[in-house]
Design a protein. Structure first.
Length: 278
């Protein structure tokens, strides 16, 4: 079960998707929420030297402004969480981006699930970096809420993206608390160029879920590698899915991005919440 959930509250982008998604999830599951918001300081703050004494007033002003941004974002969360009557804590901090990343990622490792807002690539903000970093550094599942999301989170109709890989299996197991409460499960597969291992085929997955009293239907469509993300979202719309479950694929840090093509495309254009695991 998801008993303890970490929520990353953006301070430079709208906090509403993460707030609405996490509070409604806690309300339906009884989970405890730990919300963290970090205001970002610049990495290089100039110091003025006078008479051998470093004058740090600029640093102090920036620190105070960054902390105020974090506290303002958390006030949105606090109002909703208090009105919902859920168990929660809040933490506001100010830090340079690299320290902010470490604070949030380290915290996520001692939570069952982390809720974040979808990155908004049209905005230049470190709020877009931390959710992607969490996918690879949290050590557990990350629930991405679309930046257009508002209202109550529902996971009654769930799509399981399946290719027989380790990452798909990790996401499947991480999502089990939600799968057991769902009304309908759809296994989504892509007829692509890469064959699925016979031992972890879709038919084997159907039988595995049935043993756990989780009946599931299978939907499969052909698609090239560049079409997978759009096909997944098309199936999600056709099946009226509330949530997609998928592995988060990544490559070397030396490459342009940590994210594999499908993962990167999904984070850019998701239309429903997506639970990812790496």
């Amino acid at each position: 079960m998801f008993r303890n959930i970490l929520v990353h509250i953006p301070t430079e982008l709208s906090p509403r998707p993460a707030v609405d998604g996490s509070v409604s999830l806690a309300l339906s599951t009884g989970a405890h929420l730990d919300a963290v918001a970090i205001g970002y300081e610049t990495a290089n703050v100039p110091f003025v030297i006078e008479g051998g004494v470093a004058v740090a007033s600029l640093f102090e002003v920036e620190h105070a402004q960054a902390l105020e941004r974090a506290e303002a974002a958390l006030r949105v969360f606090d109002i909703e969480a208090r009105n919902a009557g859920i168990s929660y804590t809040t933490r506001a901090a100010a830090a340079v981006p690299i320290d902010a990343r470490e604070i949030v990622c380290a915290s996520a490792r001692l939570h069952d699930l982390t809720v974040v807002a979808q990155p908004q690539h049209q905005h230049d903000s470190y709020d877009n970096v931390i959710p992607r970093e969490l996918l690879f550094e949290a050590g557990g599942p990350v629930l991405f809420m679309p930046y257009t999301f508002h209202g109550a989170f529902s996971a009654k109709r769930i799509g399981i993206c399946w290719d027989g890989s380790r990452l798909a299996a990790r996401a499947l197991h991480d999502a089990m608390p939600l799968l057991h409460k769902a009304d309908a499960l759809t296994i989504v597969t892509i007829d692509g160029p890469d064959p699925m291992p016979a031992e972890s085929s879709t038919n084997h997955l159907v039988r595995y879920l049935a043993k756990a009293s989780l009946p599931a239907k299978v939907t499969s469509l052909p698609a090239s590698r560049t079409e997978i993300q759009s096909v997944l979202l098309s199936i999600a719309a056709d099946e009226s899915l509330d949530l997609l479950v998928m592995g988060g694929y990544g490559h070397s840090r030396l490459q342009e991005s940590l994210l594999g093509g499908v993962t990167r495309d999904m984070l850019r254009a998701m239309t429903i919440p997506v639970l990812m695991s790496h």
